[in-house]
Design a protein around this ligand. Structure first.
Ligand code: KIV
Length: 268
């Protein structure tokens, strides 16, 4: 059984999947919030390129740079003792394997312990290159916000047999290339459950239902201070909590006890 106070590692996350213990992830962008997340027992802290939206006030993640992410990774690192620090490789920072390695090296030197990138089979060679050089990689499939201009908006992905099969094939290709973790965003809950069952690595959902190995939310969304109208999959944990710390603990407990996400947060 994994101890709550043990440093979270990539192999440790795989053990959590085997043990059937849900994994908690939240985003953070600064040392003070990172410390609160760590104290609440959040397993993985993601310096997401959502910092473009919630910190910079941009309308998408596209303007975010490696320098931006590295700055926030260094700050978050100072607030963490236990959680695994995952950092987003931002838009166009991994368009080929060499560029991905340069970008990942910058984020790892700033304090990241894993990098996340958006996309499927086309990234296999890049993932292999990163993993071969000691960089743990998290994939991100389904709604991939860096592709918003191709997708035509933020909406549920992989509905229908063809797109669902494509997503499954992409997930298997990423696993074959060496990812240690996969984020699945905004996909039908049954498909997410099938992907989680098929994969040997943990699948962390956001708008992907409860039949996966863990959950992630953007911190500002779950504290009710996100920009714009919150998507259906978000729960604001502040009502009923006396403090931010209590809201974070409520999130960790709700995920651990599989009370979040509920039926009202999922897509069919
Ligand atoms: O950038 C981000 O915050 C993310 C999460 C939504 C998973 O990628």
């Amino acid at each position: 059984m994994t101890q709550w106070n043990q440093k979270v590692t990539v192999p440790g996350l795989s053990a959590r999947k085997t043990e059937g213990q849900p994994i908690t992830m939240l985003t953070a962008y600064d040392a003070s919030f990172a410390r609160l997340l760590d104290q609440a027992g959040v397993d993985c802290v993601l310096v997401g390129d959502s910092l473009g939206n919630v910190i910079q006030g941009q309308t998408s993640t596209v303007p975010v740079t490696v320098d931006d992410v590295a700055y926030h990774v260094a700050a978050v690192k100072r607030g963490l003792d236990r959680a695994l620090l995952v950092a987003d490789l931002p838009f166009m920072s991994y368009f080929d394997t060499t560029t991905a390695m340069v970008s990942a090296a910058r984020l790892m030197r700033a304090g990241a312990e894993m990098v996340k990138l958006e996309g499927g089979q086309a990234l296999s060679e890049t993932v292999r290159g990163l993993v071969a050089n000691g960089v743990p990689v998290c994939g991100h499939l389904g709604l991939t916000p860096q592709h918003v201009h191709q997708l035509g908006g933020y909406r549920v992905q992989a509905r229908g047999q063809g797109p669902a099969q494509q997503l499954m094939d992409d997930a298997l290709a990423l696993v074959d290339a060496g990812i240690g973790l996969l984020v699945l965003e905004c996909v039908p809950q049954k498909l997410a459950g099938r992907v989680a069952s098929a994969l040997p690595v943990p699948v962390i959902g956001i708008g992907a239902g409860a039949q996966v190995d863990g959950q992630v939310l953007v911190l500002y969304d779950m504290l009710g201070i996100g920009s714009g109208r919150a998507p259906k999959f978000v729960r604001n944990f502040m009502p009923g909590s006396d403090s931010v710390q209590q809201a974070l603990t409520a999130y960790v407990e709700a995920v651990a006890e599989r009370r979040f996400p509920g039926p009202e947060h999922v897509y069919d």
